[in-house]
Design a protein around this ligand. Structure first.
Ligand code: FAD
Length: 470
């Protein structure tokens, strides 16, 4: 066993996990002048040929961009993203209908996950007070001493101490294990019954096979497929479906049958041979939602990103929320002059309700994306909301806009949404009642005329139909 003590006058911050949130967080701490050590269980992905991990691309929006801006790399990342201005809904017949995400000029960005992670690692490494340690898998740590035990690729163990441990090691966090042993730590973990599978849609004659500046959605009620564009002119299609449906498809012919039935327009674009092959390359992946509180232990340790709040991916907010964690922590560091004993509890107090709100919203949006977008009422309400937002931009703000294009606290966005839903529904109901009353008055008046004219019921009905007063 090797013992390693980092001797430095500065506060030593150990960021466990060099994924998206860990590598960005390292920049935030380095900017403050702390001595930052990042420990990542994988090797350096910048040297790897193929990066294993979750989704190939993801949607970056306002909160994530603001965090990147804090460390001066927003433009660098945004320049490698593809703007998506609207959802493009594909009906069974292949009809495509766009539903804009927000006002003109508002969009989300499709970003390559591996490239983003590589860029963030390079930016973090450029700080002279930051060191990246790859092939360091955290095994355990002590809340009393702050001593961590890492396992190296060759099986050797490293003992390392830090003043602050920042757990950014994802949904199955090893840092969080110590929290679970403590009293008054709340924890819940829910697997949804659905899995996801990624398939590639290649370019056609060197061009995107579909309109690139959209997030394409094939909502099919019980399941759905989505598709995000990549810089190499491919699309990554992700099929979200209950595991039991995945399990029913066991042969290449069944894959094609299934795709022809539900995604007939996408089938030739992905390609029959590719579908038959790729569907069985990797099994469908599970999705978990994790909620916990508090996020800290004393002044020693804090959880951020998926380690604190893994959410299902249907609001495109997991990474964005994790990036925003870094800004919120940074703001509280300013407020409490870097006094970790005060900052950590305040961070838990402020951030837990927001992360729990986005976890719930992400669950809700799964139903919205795969089922509600098929409903006329939903589309009507979207139009009403957008119209009212245009008239009263500060009072009526669509939920998606608050979540995606502002930094309104997630739980405040939910509260505001519930309030405005109540108001809009009441106004719509009053309008409907008003219209019915007016219609009835008209009808009674006509009926009186009819009786006066001595018409038969059938004649009366025909006249009403012809007048089309309803
Ligand atoms: P991770 O990305 O999981 O990184 C954790 C890191 O810690 C990894 O590098 C891992 O190797 C390392 N690690 C793990 N254990 C240890 C250990 N014991 N010791 C040391 N290191 C360790 N979010 C969005 O905002 N927009 C989207 O469009 C979007 N789409 C998604 C689509 C899918 C299918 C999925 C599954 C998620 C999506 N997300 C999206 C969510 C997003 O992927 C996560 O929220 C984000 O990756 C969280 O980053 P993180 O750094 O907290 O965790």
């Amino acid at each position: 066993e090797e013992s390693n003590c980092i001797t430095n006058q500065k506060t030593v911050v150990a960021v466990v996990g060099g994924g998206l949130v860990g590598s960005l967080n390292a920049c935030f701490f380095a900017k403050r002048g702390f001595h930052v050590e990042v420990f990542e269980s994988r090797g350096d992905i910048r040297c790897a040929k193929k990066v294993k991990g979750r989704s190939i691309n993801l949607a970056l929006s306002h909160r994530g961009r603001q965090a990147l801006k804090h460390v001066g790399i927003e433009e660098k990342i945004v320049s490698k993203g593809i703007p998506m201005h609207a959802r493009m809904i594909h009906s069974l017949s292949g009809k495509q209908t766009p539903i804009p995400y927000g006002k003109k000029g508002q969009y989300i960005l499709s970003i390559d996950r591996a490239n983003l992670n590589k860029e963030l690692l390079t930016v973090a490494e450029a700080y002279p007070n930051t060191k990246l340690n790859f092939d360091h898998k955290l095994q355990d740590w002590s809340p009393e001493t702050g001593q961590m035990t890492f396992i190296r690729a060759d099986g050797a163990k490293d003992q390392i101490e830090a003043d602050l441990i920042v757990g950014c090691d994802g949904a199955f966090s090893a840092v969080r294990k110590q929290f679970l042993r403590r009293s008054r730590f709340n924890y819940s973990q829910t697997y949804i019954p659905d899995g996801y599978m990624e398939l590639t849609m290649p370019p056609v004659n060197g061009e995107f096979a579909m309109e690139p500046n959209y997030l394409h959605i094939w909502p099919r009620n019980a399941f759905m497929m989505i598709s995000l564009p990549n810089l190499d002119k491919t699309f990554t299609c992700t099929l979200f479906m209950p595991f039991e449906n995945f399990e029913k498809i066991t042969t290449g012919d069944e894959v094609i049958e299934f795709f022809q039935e539900y995604f007939p327009d996408a089938t030739p674009l992905i390609g029959v041979d590719a579908l038959k092959r790729d569907f069985f390359c990797l099994p469908a992946q599970a999705m978990v939602s994790v909620k916990c509180s508090p996020y800290h232990i004393g002044d020693k340790c804090v959880l951020m990103g998926d380690a604190a709040h893994a959410v299902v991916p249907f609001y495109g907010q997991g990474m964005n929320a994790g990036f925003e964690d870094c800004i919120v922590f940074d703001e509280i560091m300013n407020e409490f002059s870097e006094d970790l004993g005060a900052v950590l509890p305040e961070y838990s107090r402020v951030r837990v309700p927001d992360d729990q709100a986005i976890a719930d919203l992400a669950m809700y949006n799964y139903i919205e994306m795969r089922a509600h977008v098929n409903s006329k009422w939903f589309l009507f309400r979207k139009h009403v909301d957008n119209f009212l937002h245009m008239l009263m931009p500060n009072t009526i703000v669509p939920l998606y806009t608050m979540v995606t294009f502002t930094r309104t606290r997630y739980h405040k966005a939910v509260e505001h949404w519930q309030w405005q839903n109540k108001v809009i529904n009441q106004v719509l109901m009053l309008t409907a009642v008003g219209a019915t009353v007016a219609g009835s008055c008209l009808l009674i008046k006509r009926r009186t005329d009819v009786i006066k004219m001595g018409l038969s019921a059938e004649e009366m009905w025909n006249r009403i139909l012809a007048l089309k007063t309803f």
